[in-house]
Design a binder for this molecule. Structure first.
Ligand SMILES: Nc1ncnc2c1ncn2[C@@H]1O[C@H](COP(=O)(O)OP(=O)(O)O)[C@@H](O)[C@H]1O
Ligand SMILES: [Mg+2]
Length: 281
């Protein structure tokens, strides 16, 4: 499709091997004068077996992009594929099954069931689906995540980092093709956050997973292979082999634009803080 001479478009992989893909992905909330265009014609390829981070100012559409790519939300226009399957237009039941079979989720809140122990939480989605875990795989996930001696503990008996590792193991348990993580370190202290990032990295490097992670933390993004930058519902830039410093510099430029805009509109609220621990909702 693309010619070598053509200028590279941020977010698009040169050829094939996409775990997920979108073309013209548009998502509007509300209607009439109150319409919010959360995604504005996004074209993106999520490379298989890679760790992709999605960054951008609060409200730029990161969560919406993740939800639409994962089939958790409907789209207003455009197409989304998981592997070779177009999910836009699938019936609810087909979509639910495909999501269950191919995708793992991690959220900022760990969403663990307090009355179940770690082992039970990890296999809960598979138990609900009536699927039998591949024990060898499950053992590998549990050991990779260092959860072997915590399996009998309930969430309240685990640290935040351990709880998120359980959530990570739950996302990996069914050996999904694709893991979506929305601010998975957002509720963790920096050390626990680092553990989770190291494990996501490990899932990609050792277990061959594909990970898409939304984050507002340049340090977290630096663990990825590729950062996609979103602004106003569009992918405006990308960065390969990111470092925390380079990502922070790139994020500052969003703030400069925003500060200029605020200045022009006389809003005077100033730029939002960027970086680890900034106050995104
Ligand atoms: N359920 C919803 N109803 C109405 N507007 C929404 C809804 N979800 C998100 N939005 C709006 O869409 C835009 C993008 O939101 P979101 O994807 O959550 O951004 P981010 O994750 O980058 O902070 C924001 O303006 C947000 O207010
Ligand atoms: Mg969000």
């Amino acid at each position: 499709m693309s010619t070598p001479a053509a200028e590279h478009v941020p977010g698009l992989a040169p050829a094939g091997g996409s775990a997920a893909r979108a073309r013209g992905l548009t998502k509007a909330y509300g209607s009439g004068e109150t319409t919010v265009l959360a995604l504005d014609g996004v074209d993106v390829d999520i490379a298989r077996g890679r760790f992709t981070a999605v960054m951008g100012p609060s409200g730029s559409g990161k969560s919406t992009l993740m939800h639409c790519l994962a089939g958790l939300d409907t789209v207003s226009a455009g197409q989304v594929w998981l592997g070779d399957t177009e999910i836009t237009g699938l019936k609810d039941r087909e979509l639910t099954r495909l999501r269950r079979d191919r995708i793992g989720f991690m959220f900022q809140s760990f969403n663990l069931i307090p009355t179940l122990n770690a082992a039970e939480n990890i296999t809960l989605p598979m138990d609900i689906a009536g699927q039998k875990p591949d024990q060898a795989w499950l053992d590998q996930v549990i050991d990779t995540l260092g959860l072997r001696d915590r399996l009998k503990h309930r969430p309240a008996q685990l640290s935040g980092g351990q709880q998120q590792r359980v959530a990570c193991a739950r996302a990996l348990a069914s050996r999904p093709e694709l893991i979506f993580a929305d601010e998975p370190t957002g509720n963790l202290d920096s050390r626990a956050g680092l553990e989770v990032l190291a494990f996501l990295r490990e899932a990609v490097d050792s277990l061959g997973q594909t990970v898409v992670m939304v984050t507002h933390d340049p340090g977290a993004a630096a663990h990825s292979d590729l950062v996609l930058f979103l602004a106003d519902g569009r992918i405006v830039d990308e960065m390969r082999q990111p470092t925390a410093e380079a990502v922070l510099e790139r994020m500052k430029r969003f703030d400069v634009i925003r500060a200029q805009f605020d200045g022009e509109s006389g809003d005077g609220s100033g730029p939002a803080a960027v970086g680890a621990g900034s106050g995104e909702k």
